[in-house]
Ligand binder design. Structure first.
Ligand code: BG6
Length: 461
């Protein structure tokens, strides 16, 4: 890859920190999930969600960052828990104890010359804001987000160059609670969801505008859950449906990277009778576009208008049909490295802005072998194929800033709430039944990725 390519790994506060009510923190929306994105939530948080203890990065951050440094990581993607900084979201002043934790994390990263890349909101809206205002359906939450983002930009402008406003912002369409804290969808769910989407896009653009005012050196990106939709067959009906499916993803990055809504959105709102309440100046604010396009890439998906195929697809995260040409992971996610190269090319062609690959990785069950090690050759194979695909896209001419693999260390899975679905290159002894010592053990993929970083990639020069 090009000189200065940022090799690293990615994490999220809600899945790794634990210490859910410590240091003044209060609950966030992800702390209320009973087990994942499509799962139910419990607003009283009586559930024993494994994210409440995470992998205790809150106490292990020094040890973990030392391991990340030994791996040679150049960039560490992390998120700041909004509810650690503004526990309910409505406070006027931030919680110093919460910020002090991140000061210490940045100190540690600086010690090893690791560049932090910060996601401002990774499914971590304070639960109070969701309950009080119905999340992003309310402009009060836009203001609360901007207030929070301003605190981070001002305090960390000299320490953090790369920022992302919202993780996988397009998840709002499939999970308005995780993505936008929306609890009540009311009689016209699409109205509520698109109002939330508009408000969130305005919040993101206001944050970008402010970051650029505070310090032009700061680069702010969007982040979409990417992965192309393919037509399940070449029937024109399937192809046409696929166009719409892809538009649902691009809607977000179009606004964030190009600065305005695509034509088809206005059309769709009109046809469906959706009336978005906009404040004066909103469309101007949206012109504050991002500096780079961040993506997660795990899988491609297939669309079909055939009702029998649709029925078979029901239940998986995106209601996608099974692609007969692809193998799937243990959790049924199709493995498609060429789809990754395709995605990188499509997005670069569309936006002509540098791309930052902020997530890719394999969730799998790991076992400790008799020699006490974790031989995760399946994860190495997945990452090898995807890094090769990224390198091929780079040779196609796509400008890629860096790659942060999900994940350096095991964490609680977001979509299932399990520990058993592991992505890390460092194993954490924590099990779904609550047992475990939290001991860290390097997996084979850890040494493998260290070599990739050292050699600046896999391809022979
Ligand atoms: C992305 C999220 O969707 O995929 C992460 O940004 C998540 O938070 C990752 O953990 C892997 O998904 P999962 O659901 O298998 O943990």
């Amino acid at each position: 890859m090009k000189n200065g390519f940022l090799w690293g790994c990615a994490t999220a506060a809600n899945q790794m920190e634990g210490a859910v009510l410590e240091g003044g923190k209060q609950y966030s929306v992800s702390d209320a999930l009973k087990g994942g994105m499509k799962g139910e939530y419990d607003l009283d948080v009586k559930c024993n969600n494994p994210t409440h203890t995470g992998v205790d990065f809150y106490r292990h951050y020094k040890e973990d960052i030392e391991l990340f440094a030994q791996m040679g990581m150049k960039v560490f993607r992390m998120s700041i828990a909004w509810s650690r900084v503004f526990p309910t979201g409505v406070e006027e002043r931030p919680n110093e104890e919460g910020l002090a934790f991140y000061d210490k994390v940045f100190d540690e990263l600086e010690k090893y010359n690791i560049e932090p890349l910060v996601t401002i909101c990774h499914y971590e809206m304070p639960l109070y804001l969701a309950k009080q205002y119905n999340g992003f359906t309310s402009r009060k939450v836009v203001d609360a987000f901007v207030k929070y983002a301003k605190v981070l930009f001002e305090r960390y402008q000299k320490r953090v160059k790369y920022w992302v406003t919202f993780n996988e912002i397009n998840v709002m369409l499939i999970s308005p609670f995780c993505g936008g804290g929306i609890i009540e969808l009311g009689e016209f769910p699409e109205q509520a969801v698109y109002q939330g989407i508009h408000n969130q896009l305005v919040a993101s653009a206001r944050a970008v505008e402010y970051a650029h005012q505070v310090n032009k050196e700061m680069l702010v990106g969007c982040m979409i859950a990417s992965g192309p939709w393919y037509p399940l067959s070449c029937r024109p009906e399937d192809v046409f449906l696929t166009m719409h499916k892809n538009w649902n993803t691009y809607l977000f990055s179009d606004v964030q990277a190009k600065g305005s809504y695509p034509f088809h959105v206005w059309n769709e709102w009109e046809k469906k009778g959706i009336r978005i309440i906009m404040e004066e100046g909103d469309l101007e604010v949206l012109k504050h576009t991002v500096d780079f396009v961040g993506i997660s890439y795990y899988q491609s998906r297939c669309a079909s208008t055939d009702l029998a195929e649709q029925a078979k697809a029901k239940g998986n995260l995106f209601d996608a049909c099974r692609n007969p040409y692809l193998k799937v992971s243990e959790w049924g996610w199709p493995i498609d490295p060429l789809g990754f190269r395709y995605t990188l090319n499509m997005l670069y062609d569309r936006y002509q802005k540098p791309i930052f690959v902020l997530e890719t990785g394999l969730g799998a069950r790991d076992t400790i072998a008799e020699d006490g090690k974790i031989h995760d050759d399946y994860r190495i194979a997945y990452l090898d194929a995807h890094i090769r695909a990224m390198e091929a896209a780079y040779e196609d001419g796509v400008d890629i800033l860096g790659l942060t693999v999900w994940a350096p260390i095991d964490m609680v899975s977001f979509s299932t709430g399990e520990m058993a679905k592991r992505y890390g290159m460092i194993y954490v002894d924590k099990q779904d039944d609550g047992s475990g010592t939290y001991k860290r053990i390097k997996k084979d993929s850890y040494d493998w990725y260290r070599n990739v970083i050292r050699n600046n990639g896999l391809r022979e020069e």
